[in-house]
Design a protein around this ligand. Structure first.
Ligand code: SF4
Length: 343
């Protein structure tokens, strides 16, 4: 009998196994905690579950896991980029970033990406497939087991390969488990999903009851040029209205990521327009000077130009941060490790 991958089940489906067997209610919580809090990889390790039930589960289900095939550490800032091999041989990417007070793990939702944003190496490599929910969760499980220090706070950002809202079912399925008390017990202060912004899906996510913060890749202040840079993007006004709705529903500010590219979207006019679009609204702006990569003609603006952009933006814009991209020396813009390996 082909075994079912148990980490692909939703919480309701997992609970139904216990209900259908007529087992006691607390077995639901025990089973989830073994899978997601203790991260066991074999039913025999679930020692507070009766042997008969463990054997019954083992005969029908399997517990998947992920391990890195390759890791590259940045000597510059301590971030580490991992390539993980899926069961069909395809590779996904995930990054561990070290900060003074916390660690952040950056995970993927797709292998490749169909959206082809010009500043993104992943987008230029094409699309292979969506990740399953177990593959999304197993990235977090791997990091927590192998790298997160005990009692250390860690955050999760969905900013690796792929557009999370194009893999909505598996995003929601994994998010439910990341949020749940018997799962990872993480809320909107610890999880951020980054999207190029599909207004309808943003509104659906705001109404879903799932707990996460939202980051939207804006990177433009005018529809036509933004569409050239990000062919899959929706109109800016609609996107920002949806972002505002999400912020109000979730009680968090929506982050607007703005990849600064020399001569493309880094003019004084852009800075003024960005300020106009965001003044007085529940947003944070995160400026990300481009991480240059081999094969792209796009360039990072000079430090002076970045500072000038900020000086125009600051007076009226809501909170502004600048991400001096981490891991530049290991080509940590999304998609690059996998790209280099293929060469
Ligand atoms: S920036 Fe995000 S949405 Fe755009 S191509 Fe890259 S992975 Fe896809």
């Amino acid at each position: 009998m082909k075994k079912t991958n148990i980490k692909n089940l939703s919480i309701d489906e997992l609970h139904s196994i216990i209900d259908d067997l007529g087992e006691k209610n607390h077995r639901k919580s025990q089973l989830m905690k073994w899978l997601y809090q203790k991260g066991v990889e074999d039913f025999s390790e679930m020692t507070n579950i009766p042997v008969q039930l463990r054997e019954w589960l083992d005969a029908r289900y399997r517990i998947s896991s992920l391990a890195p095939a390759e890791a590259v550490e940045s000597p510059e800032d301590g971030s580490t980029k991992f390539l993980m091999e899926c069961d069909d041989g395809l590779m996904l990417e995930a990054v561990l970033m070290e900060f003074e007070k916390h660690q952040t793990i950056c995970i993927s939702t797709q292998i490749g990406c169909p959206l082809r944003c010009l500043f993104c190496n992943t987008g230029m490599q094409g699309f292979e497939r969506d990740l399953r929910s177990d593959e999304i969760l197993n990235q977090v499980l791997y990091f927590r087991k192998a790298h997160i220090r005990p009692r250390r706070r860690f955050n999760i950002v969905f900013m690796g390969m792929g557009e999370p809202f194009l893999n909505l079912e598996n995003l929601y399925r994994s998010m439910e488990i990341l949020n749940h008390q018997d799962g990872f017990a993480l809320g909107e202060k610890r999880i951020t999903v980054s999207t190029i912004g599909f207004p309808g899906k943003i509104i659906d996510a705001a109404d879903s009851g799932l707990k996460f913060s939202l980051a939207i890749s804006l990177s433009g202040t005018e529809d036509r040029s933004r569409k050239e840079l990000m062919p899959g993007s929706a109109p800016i006004m609609e996107t920002l209205s949806a972002a505002e709705y999400f912020a109000e529903k979730s009680g968090t500010r929506t982050t607007l990521e703005y990849v600064l590219i020399a001569g493309v979207n880094d003019t004084e006019e852009n800075a003024r327009a960005l300020s106009d679009l965001t003044a007085g609204r529940p947003f944070k702006i995160n400026l990300i000077p481009l991480n240059e990569w081999i094969g792209s003609e796009l360039r990072r603006p000079s430090e002076e130009r970045i500072d000038h952009f900020i000086s125009i933006l600051l007076p009226r814009a809501p909170a502004v941060t600048v991400r001096r991209s981490r891991g530049r020396d290991i080509s940590a813009a999304c998609g690059q490790l996998r790209f280099h390996r293929r060469d």
